[in-house]
Design a binder for this molecule. Structure first.
Ligand code: GDP
Length: 396
């Protein structure tokens, strides 16, 4: 039964090394959906703490200048006929994806508002700070079969910061992105231009350029289980007609998708795309996603509103569907895992959490470049007015 004498070998090891000195297995976190079913965890209704804008040159402004206004075509008219390929590539100014912005713009906002954050003194020291898009990836992880991710984590003044790292595979795919996929990305932004006006009450102007440097970002506070969250996400527009003009319930997310013709196509859409749309909009409390369905020629001729809170209904009775509880329980488990793994308070220390489909989340430890992501200007400004830096590692 034990031809190679591994048992004896193990005994020998135990004798040689006291139990508590045995090398511990590297900690990891499984991602199988079956492990995360169960009741939906507590998720605090997200509230907006503030916002910021990025201009055509990708410069930060601490205001809502880039916010646009939902302005769909009149429902009594002929219906939409949006040419999503119009202006490509001559009226397209794509953001430079080689620039790794990490959390910088969010940290800029945080530095400016740190003295007047709600939640009381010490709230930030207990919180997790990240982008909404990073949390979206965590929510969909138990169901993701294609793309892995890496999240860098650093603890500083108690707060846990999470910043995504582009995986080598994702980078290779981006650099080799097929021209048709590049045009498809443009079409998504072009749809926004057809649906949004620059001022409330005015009409969209699709004659101009599509510049993806421009962004309006909402900064939100929430809590998942015991984890206070401060995160920011890009918001497409606000609906000036909505009964509640209070953010985030006035916000609208705009999406394009292929026109569907068979029940099988709709089923696949509910299983895969709707999961991503739900995760992205549920997190910040955006109540509606408006989809434009495009034909093979790139024209949108129909629109459909998907209320975020009704999306799960489409897969509720589908054995191969997704479950919001699994998404949120996994995210909560990951945040607990990260909080207990990143013990040392040090902005130059990085725990890199890595995941590939089919495996567990694993961890590696790094110092300084290339993984450290909290900028010196942030660390210095926060250190200057921090009353008494903790001498012992934070207990969290
Ligand atoms: P999303 O939910 O994935 O769209 O991402 P967020 O709304 O959390 O956006 C966070 C920040 O990243 C914003 O400043 C966005 O303009 C920016 N951003 C959005 N998508 C991308 C992307 O694909 N790559 C990079 N590098 N930044 C992005």
């Amino acid at each position: 039964m034990d031809p190679r004498g591994t048992k004896r070998g193990a005994e020998k090891t135990e004798v040689a090394e006291p139990r508590n000195k045995l090398p511990r297995p590297a900690p990891s976190l499984p991602t199988d959906p079956a492990l995360y079913s169960g009741p939906f965890p507590f998720y605090r209704r997200p509230s907006e703490l503030g916002c910021f804008s990025l201009d055509a040159q990708r410069q930060y402004h601490g205001d809502a200048r880039a916010l646009r206004y939902y302005s769909p075509p009149p429902t009594n008219g002929p219906g939409p006929n949006f040419d999503l390929r119009d202006g490509y590539p001559d009226r397209y100014q794509p953001r430079d994806e080689e620039v790794q912005e990490r959390l910088d713009h969010l940290l800029c906002w945080l530095l400016e508002h740190r003295g007047r954050l709600e939640g009381g003194p010490g709230w930030l020291a207990e919180a997790i700070v990240t982008w909404r898009g990073h949390l979206t990836k965590l929510l969909t992880t138990p169901y993701e079969r294609q793309e892995g991710w890496q999240l860098a984590a650093s603890r500083f003044q108690g707060t846990l910061y999470l910043s995504e790292v582009e995986t080598p595979k994702a980078r290779a795919q981006r650099l080799a992105r097929p021209p048709l996929l590049q045009e498809l990305m443009y079409m998504g932004y072009k749809f926004e231009q057809y649906m949004c006006a620059d001022k409330p009450g005015s009409s969209p102007d699709p004659s101009g350029e599509v510049n993806t440097n421009v962004a309006f970002c909402s900064v939100l506070r929430s809590r998942l289980g015991s984890h206070p969250l401060l995160f920011s996400g890009e918001v497409d527009c606000t609906d000036p007609q909505t009964p509640s003009t209070q953010p985030p319930t006035c916000y609208v997310e705009l999406k394009t998708s292929k026109e569907m013709h068979s029940p099988g196509q709709w089923r696949s859409f509910y299983r895969h795309k709707l999961l991503k749309w739900w995760a992205q909009s549920f997190l910040p409390g955006v109540p509606n996603v408006v989809a434009g369905f495009r034909n093979p020629e790139g024209f949108v001729s129909s629109l459909k509103t998907f209320p975020t809170m009704k999306m799960f209904d489409y897969v509720r009775n589908d054995r191969d569907g997704w479950n919001p509880s699994v998404c949120m329980n996994f995210c909560a488990a990951f945040l607990s895992f990260a909080q207990s793994t990143v013990v040392q308070d040090d902005p130059r220390l990085v725990h890199l959490f890595s995941w590939e489909p089919g495996g567990p989340v694993t961890v590696s430890v790094h110092r300084d470049a290339p993984y450290a992501f909290l900028p010196i200007w942030y660390v210095e400004a926060m250190t200057q007015d921090f009353p008494s830096p903790p001498k012992t590692p934070s207990p969290k």
